[in-house]
Structure formats: structure tokens, C-alpha cells
Design a protein around this ligand. Structure first.
Ligand SMILES: Nc1ncnc2c1ncn2[C@@H]1O[C@H](COP(=O)(O)OP(=O)(O)O)[C@@H](O)[C@H]1O
Ligand SMILES: [Mg+2]
Length: 286
């Protein structure tokens, strides 16, 4: 399977982007998939959530701005199969600095290309900042897919419409014609409130199978895990949060398999359609 890159994006902060990147990446790594997480947020929550230090000069900043390769920035984590390109505060300057350089929207696409073609990873996850600024746009131009974590709250659908409009724009403008939605994940679900149930129902009604069956509950353990610098699957592997992210990981991989099978079936039928028509039989002798 070629490397698949996915940006985890939503212009709202606090909806579970970083938690989902860390937790899903950790689950997939535990299942034997090779995952590279790229922290694209100057707040560096993904970096600290994986127990890594923020170090000056060790973010994607140089790769975006000076065209330096991404590969030397990749750091191993304590978790097998899981690597990280960390972030730090300096990345905030990229929002301003990258906007001034040529091809500013394609900067990440160029930087990540060698990592993709090396085939070292099954998945590259990009943890986007909570805005639709230059950094998020760069991520969205450079990836195959977007995964949208959506908090179970009243304005969820409005926020979703905004980000989907941007996806459509990136496609139609030619910035990333192949960009697709990988999935929509409902987060911070509180089973005791009617609102949570209503929001899930409403989002499912509009986006059907794009919405993962797995739903992430709001739990204290999930909110504690980052302060210990551990993914939930290590911090408390039997917790409801860990269980939810593990079932998301299984569903996520099932979708990959289904997609690969559909692609293989399409490839099998495609050449037949373009093959030249069989030559006409020789005319019968008169
Ligand atoms: N399902 C959850 N239940 C409880 N707290 C959560 C959950 N998901 C995330 N959090 C906490 O909520 C805050 C925001 O989550 P985060 O993943 O950082 O969101 P984002 O990256 O979208 O800003 C963090 O403190 C995080 O630990
Ligand atoms: Mg975040």
C-alpha cells in the first residue's frame, strides 16, 4: 500500500484534533502500521502529548521556508512504529513568512514528497492548528485526505460547512484536485445529554457513511493523558477513551482495505475497456 497522508483539521480549537492524531496514530502503530506524525501547530500540543521536547529549530519551519528536506526533522518516539516531526513556538512565524515566498501553498507538498516516495510509512498524519490559515492550507494542499474531528455541540454542522467549502475550493482551484474527505469523527460525546445524540444524528443524516461509527466519548482519562505525555492507549489502556480509539483504528483500517480492494477491482476492469477491439474475423470466401 502506498503511503497515505491525512491532515486532521478543523478551524475550531479544542475539538479533539490533537487527541485524535496521537490516539489513532498510537493505536495503528501498535497494530503494526508505520506512522509519521507531523506537528503543524505552533502550540506543539502533539509534540508534548507524545512526551517529546519542544526544541528551537526542530519544527517544519525550515522545511516550509527554506526548502530543506523534512527527513532530518523526523524523530523517533518511545512508541515502536511511531515517529514525529515535532513543533515549537517558532512555527508561528511561518504563518507570516511562508505567505511571502513563491509557491507558498505548495511548500509542504514539496517538503513531504521525499518522505512519501521513500515508502517508509503507511500513514502520515498532520496535526493542524485551529485555523484555516497558511499552515492548514499548506497541509491540505500536501495531503491525500482530510479527517475532520467534530465536537458534539450545537454549532458543529456550521463549522463543518465552512471547512468543506475550503476543501471544495482547493479541489476546484486546482491547488489539490485529488483532495478527499477521509472521514468525520464525532468527539467529546456525552451520552447523558440529548444534544450529543441529536448532533450525531444530524451529522449522520447529512454525511452518512463518511461519519465513523466509532464515537469518542468525553472522558477525564482522555483529558489527563497529555499531561503525562502519553497516548491514552499507554496512559490507561482499558479506559473508555482507549477502547473508543481502538475501535476507530479498526474501522479506519477496514476502510483502507475496502478502498484498496475497490481500486484493485477498478484497475482490473480498466485495461479491458481500453484494449483495442478484437480484429474482425476474416471474410468468408465467396
Ligand atoms: N474525548 C475527550 N474527552 C475529554 N477531554 C478531551 C477529549 N478529547 C480531547 N480532550 C481534551 O480537550 C482539550 C482539547 O483537545 P485537543 O485534542 O487538544 O483539541 P484540538 O487539537 O482540536 O485543539 C485537551 O485538553 C484534551 O486533552
Ligand atoms: Mg491541537
Amino acid at each position: 500500500m502506498p503511503t497515505k497522508s491525512i491532515a486532521f483539521a478543523n478551524q475550531k480549537g479544542g475539538v479533539g484534533k490533537t487527541t485524535t492524531v496521537i490516539s489513532l496514530a498510537a493505536c495503528l502503530a501498535e497494530m503494526g502500521k508505520r506512522v509519521l506524525v507531523i506537528d503543524f501547530d505552533p502550540q506543539a500540543n502533539c509534540t508534548s502529548g507524545l512526551g517529546q521536547e519542544k526544541l528551537e529549530g526542530h519544527s517544519v519551519y525550515d522545511a516550509l521556508l527554506n526548502g530543506q528536506p523534512l527527513t532530518p526533522l523526523v524523530k523517533p518516539t518511545p512508541y515502536p512504529n511511531l515517529d514525529l516531526v515535532p513543533s515549537e513556538e517558532d512555527l508561528a512565524a511561518a504563518e507570516v513568512d511562508v505567505a511571502r515566498v513563491d509557491n507558498f501553498l505548495q511548500r509542504f507538498q514539496t517538503a513531504v514528497a521525499p518522505v512519501r516516495t521513500a515508502g517508509m510509512y503507511d500513514f502520515i498524519f498532520v496535526d493542524c492548528p485551529p485555523s484555516l490559515g497558511i499552515l492548514t492550507m499548506n497541509a491540505l494542499v500536501g495531503v491525500d485526505r482530510i479527517l475532520i474531528p467534530l465536537q458534539c455541540e450545537y454549532y458543529a454542522l456550521e463549522g463543518l460547512t465552512v471547512i468543506l467549502r475550503l476543501v471544495e475550493h482547493l479541489r476546484s482551484s486546482g491547488a489539490n484536485p485529488a483532495l478527499e474527505v477521509e472521514g468525520i469523527l464525532m468527539t467529546m460525546f456525552d451520552s447523558r445529554t440529548n444534544l450529543s445524540h441529536q448532533v450525531v444524528e444530524e451529522v449522520r443524516k447529512h454525511f452518512q457513511e463518511k461519519v465513523y461509527r466509532a464515537i469518542i466519548p468525553r472522558t477525564v482519562r482522555l483529558s489527563e493523558a497529555p499531561s503525562y505525555g502519553q497516548p491514552i492507549t499507554h496512559y490507561d489502556k482499558h479506559s473508555a477513551g482507549a477502547t473508543a480509539y481502538k475501535s476507530l483504528a479498526r474501522e479506519f483500517l477496514k476502510r483502507q482495505t475496502a478502498e484498496a480492494q475497490a481500486a484493485a477491482a477498478a484497475a482490473e476492469t480498466a485495461p479491458a475497456a481500453t484494449e483495442p477491439a478484437p480484429a474482425a474475423p476474416p471474410a468468408a470466401p465467396a
